[in-house]
Structure formats: C-alpha cells, structure tokens
Design a protein around this ligand. Structure first.
Ligand code: ARG
Length: 458
C-alpha cells in the first residue's frame, strides 16, 4: 500500500490520488526541499536529537537524491503525493530506516512553508535583476534618442510636446517603484517557519536560529499557527507582480500603437515581430500584445490565491496546496516578459521624422501661447479663452498657428506682438525647465540621476 495509509483499511481511490497529488508541479521545489532537509538534519545532529552519524548519512543520501533528480534519473511517483514524500521515500530506499529519522521534529506543513519561502526569495532576487535590465534598456534608448520630441498625450489626444527620453523615464520610475515593492515583499518572505511543526510547535529542543542562519533567513516566525497557515507573502508577491505587469502592459500598448501605420513612431525589430498566415505584408507586434495579454493571467493568479485564502480556518488546510501553480506561473511569466521586453526595447528604432511631424501639427503650442499672454499681463483664464478662439479660427481657416499673420493674431488679443513667432517646439521644451519637467536640461539631469540610481541600488 501507499505510505501514510496504515490507519486506513484501503488505498486511495485512483481519481482521489490523482486529484490530490501535487507532485506534477511541486517537483519543481526539489532543490529547496533538499536544502531545507539538509539544514534540518544537520540541526538534529547538532542538538543530539539524532546522532551525528545518522545526520551525516541522511545528508549524503539527500545530496545523492539531488544528483539523481538533476540527472533525470529520479522516478517521481504520484502515489507519494508530493515532493516531500517522494524525497523521503527515496531516502529510506537508499539509506534504510535511518531515513525515517529525518522527519523528526518537523511536519510537511512547516516544510512546505519553508520551501515556498526559499523558492520565492530566489525568484524575487532574479526578478529584481530582470527589472533593472529593462530599466537599462529604457535608459539606453533615452540616451541615444535624447533629442527626439514626441507629442505628450492626454486622453490620447496630442497635448504638449515632450522629449521621448522624458516619456521613457516615466517607465523607469514605474519600474523603480516595482523594485521597491518586491524588496518590501522580500522582508516578509524572509522568515523561517521550521519549528512550527503541524500547528502547535514541535516538542524537541531544536535550534531555530541555527536553521535560519543555515538557510539564509533574517528572522524566524513568531507564531506556529500563523507560520503554517500564512500565505500573505505569496499574495503580496502576486500583487507586486500584477502591478508591474500592468506597467509593462501600458508600455506594450504604446509599442502597439506607436508601431502602427497611424503613428509610425517606432519600428520593432524583426526579431521581435511576427507575420500573418494570410497577409504576406504584415509585421505584427505580437510580443507587445502578448505582454499585454499575459497581464491578464497574472491578475488571475492574484485573484486565485486571494480567493483560496478567503475563509480558511486556522491553521494549515490542504487548500493551501493551490498556492503553487499560480505562483510558478507568475514567476515564469514575469521572468520571460522582462527578458523579451528588454530585448525588444533595446532594438527598437525611432522614426524621428514622424515624431517631429506629429509635434508640428494640432496646435500643441496653444498652452505656450496662453502662457505668452499671461507673461504680457493677461489673467490665465482670459488668455486661455483668447487662444481657444484663435485655435477655433485657425481650424476654420485650415491653418496651423504659425501660418497666421500677426494681424490675425491681434484680432484675438492686442497683447500679441511679433515675438509670438518665437514660440516654437524647442522653446516650449526649454521653457519647462522645472524639476521633473520635460525641459532638455532637466531631462539630461534626470537621465544622469536615473543611471546613478540604477548603479547604486541595482
Ligand atoms: N503538498 C502539500 C502542499 O502543498 C504539502 C503539505 C501537505 N500537508 C498535509 N498535511 N497534507 O500544501
């Protein structure tokens, strides 16, 4: 019969066994599980709970199991339910009944909590590095294209000219906050739960501090019931991941728009584009669309774990097994998304002619005209109204503002003088020489500062 069935008169029904087995997905935790078990065995030996000799034997067994798994020689069995039982059963096969001593002063409940925390700590570190890579790509494009001007949009209507670098730096800021969120999540993930046992804490004199040090944790959990029933760290991670995916999705949307014929601001590199099965001319921005689309599944994973946790009585419940697939999926999705977007941003070509042309149209200097009148003494609201009437007139005449004569200007305000023609896109930018604004000097400073921040904080 399967292990852990001595209490029962029969084995599990086939469908129940398949239904409850987590081994198809939690086998991915083998490294964390073995690492945790090695530390646990070492601690049991040090504390005299098992003999040092047994501890050695167990550790050697675990190391060889890890090698078997990595060589693809390990046979995972779903009748052994999960990664923990698979490894323990194999250990006993290899070293005999001493293997049965490993689970002294431990439960799968604190064991799985440990594995998940070890897994997530590594994932967070990798993802933070991945985010920095994407930020570097944005800074690189901002630096190479630092003279490119694009329309700044509000309501997706052309609003005021901005530097492309300024636009890209906005994404740098979003990603910087994302890293801060992941690091904050790390603080609450970095807690060592062993010693909690099944629910009440274990009855052996174990050394929790030693375990924390061995496994690289900063703290040990404060309450055994909380420690085995808590998945807040996964919920937090899923929400951090959802927020960064939302940011990437916004970037993706702009890449899709900007690469369309209607905008033509950018060209996505062929290596990141796909074609159509029917229309031979097509060049589709599929990677950007997929980044936007995969945001949905990451949100789904957040909703999934929030819903799993809702209404669970204390402490461990098997429902918690449902924390895994969504977490693995989010980690993989985000890791790949960062990689693809970093490559895509690094290789994008900007069409400076198109962006310039876009800025020249659509009365984007209207605010600057109003500001001009304000500087000549008119209250802003009146200046706004005069320029609005001027724009309306220009529209009726099918003229851009710089195509009107000074006489035409003067019919809307006698404060207009010849110097109104000094209002240009470049001047509009220069005028915004304010911290956080799109003035070229400010953007250069911001770019330098961003590079420094990235170097300092990683
Ligand atoms: N596969 C389980 C999980 O992921 C491991 C813990 C099982 N504990 C138990 N009491 N059945 O949550």
């Amino acid at each position: 019969m399967e292990p852990l069935r001595d209490r029962f008169s029969k084995g599990t029904e086939d469908s129940a066994r398949v239904y409850s087995a987590s081994i198809p997905f939690d086998r991915r935790l083998y490294r964390e599980d073995i690492r945790g078990s090695i530390a646990h065995a070492r601690m049991l030996g040090k504390q005299g709970i098992i003999s040092e000799k047994d501890a050695e034997l167990i550790i050697m067994g675990l190391v060889s199991i890890r090698e078997e798994i990595e060589a693809g020689e390990f046979i995972f069995k779903d009748e052994l339910e999960d990664i923990h039982m698979n490894i323990e059963a194999r250990l006993t096969e290899k070293i005999g009944s001493v293997g049965g001593k490993l689970h002294t002063a431990r439960s799968r409940n604190d064991q799985v909590a440990l594995d998940m925390r070890l897994f997530l700590k590594e994932a967070i570190n990798n993802l933070v590095a991945g985010i920095s890579g994407l930020q570097e790509a944005l800074l690189q494009q901002a630096t190479v294209n630092k003279d490119i001007v694009i329309p700044g949009y509000t309501h997706l209507q052309r609003a005021q000219p901005v530097l492309l670098a300024h636009h890209l730096l906005a994404y740098f800021e979003m990603l910087q906050r994302d890293k801060g969120r992941f690091r904050d999540c790390m603080r609450r993930t970095d807690v060592m739960p062993l010693g909690s046992g099944a629910v009440a804490g274990v009855s052996y004199r174990i050394d929790r501090k030693f375990l924390a040090d061995e496994l690289g944790f900063s703290r040990i959990s404060e309450n055994s019931m909380d420690a085995v029933g808590d998945r807040d760290f996964i919920i937090e991670f899923q929400s951090c991941a959802s927020i960064i995916m939302m940011h990437i999705s916004r970037l993706a949307e702009e890449l899709v728009l900007w690469s369309s014929a209607e905008f033509s601001f950018i060209e996505i590199d062929d290596a990141y584009a796909t074609s159509s099965s029917i229309m031979p001319q097509k060049k589709n921005p599929d990677m950007a669309e997929l980044g936007r689309g995969k945001t949905g599944r990451v949100y789904g994973n957040l909703m999934g774990i929030l819903t799993v946790m809702k209404g669970l009585p204390m402490a461990y419940n098997r429902d918690l097994q449902e924390d895994k697939e969504g977490l693995f999926d989010t980690v993989d999705t985000l890791e790949m998304t960062l990689k693809v977007f970093t490559g895509m941003i690094n290789t994008i070509k900007i069409n400076g002619e198109k962006t310039r042309a876009a800025v020249a149209e659509d009365y984007m200097l209207a605010t600057d005209l109003a500001d001009y009148l304000v500087k000549k003494g008119l209250p802003f609201r009146q200046a706004h109204s005069a320029v609005a009437a001027l724009v309306r007139y220009a529209l009726e005449q099918s003229r851009q503002l710089n195509q009107l004569t000074i006489e035409q200007y003067k019919t809307f305000s006698n404060l207009f003088g010849e110097d109104v023609f000094d209002i240009t896109v470049d001047q509009s930018l220069v005028n915004r020489n304010i911290e956080g604004g799109t003035g070229p000097e400010q953007v250069s400073l911001a770019l330098e500062k961003a590079k420094k921040r990235l170097k300092e904080s990683g």
